[in-house]
Design a protein around this ligand. Structure first.
Ligand SMILES: [Zn+2]
Length: 210
């Protein structure tokens, strides 16, 4: 599944806080033209080395794709950003709508060991069963498999290397990332921001048989 909306991500970049990821078209343009060395030097000073390197590696198309996948595309449950701001705590808004990452070890859901379902904090969509939760030691709630239809993914280039971003399949809210260093049976580690989820204790459905 791929949801990319350039217009939305640009709007976020212009109106949001000055984040290190940058993402505007002005950042990437010089790297497409080698003769623009002087300008590139200025840009590197202004934007910082990490951003410049990421931009150079990723290229403009990829960088656009790295934007706000959480807000991009069409999802069954959609609100305006003003409505999201009203609905969510500031911390949840930053993660779900702006792809922020909570500080490791700050979520009480790290220690949630009961049977139940982890839901999207934005729209209440069921995301993960407690049966697939495990202790990854990262300080973020981790799962080896989402519920069927629970999440979608996109590629993000916010760091130098590409990562697979994970979002709620219902509202597109950013949840975290998925990595290939998880336990059996999937080998996946769905590394989630606890602030992007709520927990509802109860009978947890079994993970998808695969
Ligand atoms: Zn959601």
């Amino acid at each position: 599944m791929s949801q990319i909306n350039v217009a939305v991500s640009r709007d976020f970049t212009m109106t949001g806080e000055d984040e290190t990821e940058g993402g505007g078209p002005d950042v990437t343009a010089p790297y497409l033209k080698p003769e623009n060395d002087a300008k590139e030097g200025q840009n590197m000073k202004r934007r910082g080395f990490l951003m410049s390197t990421a931009a150079a590696l990723a290229g403009s198309a990829a960088l656009f794709a790295a934007g706000r996948s959480s807000a991009a595309g069409k999802f069954p449950f959609m609100l305006t950003e003003a409505e999201w701001k009203k609905r969510l705590s500031p911390a949840a808004y930053r993660v779900l709508r702006e792809e922020d990452t909570e500080r490791a070890g700050t979520s009480a859901l790290n220690h949630e060991k009961r049977e139940g379902i982890f839901h999207c904090a934005g729209c209440d969509w069921p995301l993960y069963s407690s049966k697939t939760k495990y202790e990854s030691g990262t300080g973020w709630p981790s799962f080896y498999e989402p519920l069927p239809g629970g999440v979608g993914t996109s590629t993000d280039y916010k760091l130098i290397y590409p990562r697979t971003e994970v979002h709620c399949a219902n509202c597109g809210g950013h949840l975290g990332h998925v990595f290939n260093d998880g336990p059996p049976p999937t080998g996946k580690r769905y590394c989630m921001n606890g602030v992007a989820m709520t927990f509802m204790p109860g009978d947890a459905p079994a993970p998808r048989a695969s």
